[in-house]
Design a protein around this ligand. Structure first.
Ligand code: GLN
Ligand code: ZN
Length: 762
């Protein structure tokens, strides 16, 4: 009888203390030589492999490590690079690689987009109908050889599969898909053949596209691709890996000529289990089961998982046909808990980062191989830790739970209809047509960041810091007055980050020291942890907003981050439903909205830039998510008086799937981007016949460029062709915290001028 094996699907690149990020940025800044850089990253790469080996992982991946992004790596492997970066050389240099990702002096970078429903962004391969793929350099072979030679580990190379790669690429017409696939397949075979000759036993081919709906043609493409590869390298074992959801086409997928299939039993648990039960699993294949959550940070309930694993074990022929894995690459979780010295032990003992997750995988395999008694000690501690966290006061706030229990099914609703509110607000605020405003933040200059650091380190007193924030606020209120902006903001100088700021002031949140994850390139984020019941302690924003309002007769918008965005940009407890967490946050925000209203702040903006990105991958889960999102937003905002104006802000360019949701939020004004899509985004609102206030983001704040009056006018005019001028506002497309004052002030001056000129044309 064989043994159940432990396998990893991918390990974080960034290093325990973001050493990888630092090396990259030093190299880009010209502070270290290419040799030093390559040496540093090689050492990091090897140390990660060594660590996985020491933890006891049986099958360790290579090829998951990247200098930027694994999709870009795969594209470069096959020479699939944009024409503008092509040269006569067959090989693609490191410099070109980074230019594709980051842009160069002469050429624009490739587009970057979200990797499925994660917060990781990949570089979108650009290919055309005519692209002829070729093998540049067998990177996987180099990595395989390196691990074997330096550490004696026979690794499992990982690659993005051909169908997923092509489906995620852009620039070719759909009817060229098959021809492009045909030209890629021999190259996959060549890569694999060379790996086989170098001693590889298994390769992991990631085809996460399989968790999305597949057409008949798509499935035929899979069959063709894997037949071709299998025939090309019959002796190499192929693991077809999926993640982030269940696969829809289980029956077809299990018939593909591969040697193993990896399924997600965390995020796709129910459906994958049901498929397994209904159709069984082929005797001759390995089933790789993702039972340890690769995307969240909680300890796995080992006992419960072992029970589930027994069922899974009974679906395969032999122990040797079962592998235990994380549910996805561990790219999406922080590296290790070992440097977290400041966390509450109750929480700390309930957490599991990448290294700890791999230990869990190893323990589970051991439990199946040796019996539960062999891992008894670990099981006991695991249960006790989870129980302690679950029973702690953090997760048993009776007041919060009562408030949640008391919530009605029915959507919370404003006292007056939009039509009525509009009239009341028009009288109350007396704004000109096309009112101008900004999105919230003003430049976070070196001085602002330094002041915050001084205060955090205790070098500045509370008073000194507060005075600094006040002065900065006053300065920018004056600037806004001078510019002639109609609705002002306080500038958010007191905020480091729009989620962290609130997390630090609400109960139920915690912050790690090194809990970083890669977002894109060298850019990492450190999401807050929502680990307990969320509740409001005291006003979080009233002081700053009220001070700003005291300086001007124009309205100043209160500025909050919405429940869904706070949720989507955090690691969140999974013992209660998503809807309940949304609502806990919403109830806390409701108290803040109330406090702002009491302080006579008459316009309140609740930002939801992350609402769309939380949309589930599966069609049948979308409606539930959107309903819960609308409910919580309205819970936080809809109780206000009719003469309080509720704004929201979302800065992305796809509203098609959520336009009903936007309408259902029932905000008085929503500000959106309109510059990057050259005003095109408005068509969604037009088709929907959207009737409430819309702020057009006519100034693309992501670029240091100062847009001209003419340019901004043209975006507004484009929109006014189809929108009722009475609902339109003019604003930048997002907050200005990353811009410099020298860019911000002239750009806003042009924006106000553009609004003035368009007003004359009305
Ligand atoms: N109010 C926030 C700001 O201006 C909104 C940021 C965002 O949408 N990401 O910074
Ligand atoms: Zn924004």
């Amino acid at each position: 009888m064989g043994k159940v094996l432990s396998a990893n699907l991918g390990y974080p690149r960034i290093g325990e203390k973001r050493e990888w990020k630092k090396a990259l940025e030093q190299f880009w800044a010209g502070k270290i030589s290419k040799e030093t850089f390559l040496d540093t990253v090689k050492n990091l790469r090897l140390s990660y492999l060594k660590k996985q080996k020491d933890i006891g992982v049986d099958l360790i991946p290579v090829g998951d490590f990247s200098l930027y992004d694994h999709v870009l790596d795969t594209a470069v492997l096959f020479g699939l690079i944009p024409d503008r970066f092509k040269s006569d050389e067959k090989e693609i240099s490191l410099e070109t690689y980074f230019s594709i990702a980051r842009g160069s002096k002469n050429f624009e970078a490739s587009e970057m987009t979200k990797w499925f429903n994660t917060n990781y962004h990949y570089i979108v391969p650009e290919i055309s109908n005519e692209t002829k793929p070729y093998l540049t350099e067998n990177r996987l072979l180099n990595l395989f050889d390196e691990a074997k030679k330096e550490l004696g580990i026979v690794t499992k190379p990982v690659i993005v599969g051909p169908v997923t790669l092509l489906k995620l690429s852009k620039g070719y017409e759909p009817d060229h898909f098959n021809a492009l696939l045909d030209s890629l397949l021999p190259l996959y075979v060549q890569v694999f053949q060379e790996l086989k000759e170098a001693g590889a036993k298994w390769v992991q081919i990631d085809e996460p596209i399989l968790v999305k709906e597949q057409s008949k043609e798509d499935l035929a493409a899979f069959t063709k691709a894997y037949r071709f590869i299998k025939n090309g390298v019959p002796d190499l074992k192929l693991l077809l890996q999926t993640y982030f959801e269940a696969i829809n086409d289980y029956k077809d997928v299990i018939q593909l000529p591969v040697d193993g299939i990896g399924l997600d039993f965390v995020y796709g648990k129910e459906t994958n289990l049901a498929s397994l039960k209904a159709y069984g699993f082929p005797e001759d294949k390995v089933l790789a089961v993702g039972v340890v959550d690769g995307r969240n940070i909680w300890k796995t309930d080992l006992k419960a998982t072992l029970t589930e694993l027994q069922t899974l074990l009974s679906s395969v022929k032999d122990h040797g046909n079962l592998w235990i894995t994380p549910s996805s690459s561990l790219l999406h979780v922080p590296v290790t808990l070992s440097n977290e010295t400041a966390l509450d032990p109750i929480l700390l003992n309930g957490l599991s980062f990448a290294d700890q997750k791999l230990s869990e995988v190893v323990t589970l395999a051991e439990g199946l191989n040796e019996g539960e008694t062999a891992i008894d000690g670990t099981l006991q501690k695991n249960s006790a830790d989870l129980q302690t966290l679950q029973q702690s006061e953090h997760r048993n706030n009776k007041e919060v739970q009562k408030e949640i229990d008391l919530l009605d099914e029915e959507l919370p609703t404003r006292p007056g209809s939009y039509k009525l509110r509009r009239q009341i607000q028009a009288d109350a605020f007396n704004l000109p047509p096309l009112p101008t405003t900004t999105i919230g933040s003003f430049p976070q200059t070196k001085e602002v960041r330094q002041a915050r650091r001084n205060w955090r380190r205790g070098e500045w007193s509370e008073e000194r810091y507060e005075q600094f924030i006040k002065d900065e606020t006053a300065k920018w209120i004056q600037i806004q007055e001078d510019l002639g902006i109609d609705v002002l903001v306080h500038g958010e100088f007191e905020r480091n980050d729009m989620v962290e700021y609130f997390g630090e002031k609400l109960n139920g949140f915690a912050f790690t020291r090194f809990g970083w994850v890669q977002s894109y390139g060298s850019r990492c984020v450190k999401p807050p942890l929502i680990f307990g019941d969320v509740s409001w302690q005291k006003p979080m924003t009233v002081k700053e907003s009220a001070y700003a309002q005291s300086l001007t007769n124009k309205p100043v918008k209160g500025m909050l981050t919405g429940p869904v965005t706070i949720y989507n940009w955090s690691f969140v407890r999974d013992d209660i439903s998503q809807g309940d967490v949304f609502n806990q946050i919403a109830l806390a925000l409701k108290k803040e909205v109330h406090a702002l209203e009491e302080a006579d702040i008459r316009m309140i903006q609740v930002d939801e830039p992350a609402l769309r990105e939380g949309l589930p991958l599966k069609e049948d889960k979308k409606a539930g998510y959107l309903h819960d999102a609308v409910y919580s937003f309205r819970l936080a905002t809809s109780f206000v008086n009719n003469d309080t104006q509720i704004h929201t802000h979302m800065c992305y360019s796809e509203f098609d799937e959520i336009i009903d949701t936007i309408d259902a939020l029932d905000t008085d004004v929503i500000s959106i981007e309109a510059a990057r899509s050259h005003g095109e985004i408005i068509s969604t609102f037009e088709d929907f016949e959207y009737k409430k206030g819309i702020g057009l983001g006519v100034y693309d704040i992501h670029s240091p460029r100062i847009p001209s009056v003419e340019e901004m006018k043209s975006y507004a005019e484009r929109a006014l062709k189809v929108l009722d001028p009475n609902i339109v506002w003019i604003n930048p497309d997002c907050g200005l915290k990353t811009r410099r004052p020298e860019e911000t002030i002239p750009a806003l001056k042009n924006m106000v001028e553009a609004a003035n000129e368009v007003r004359k044309e009305l």
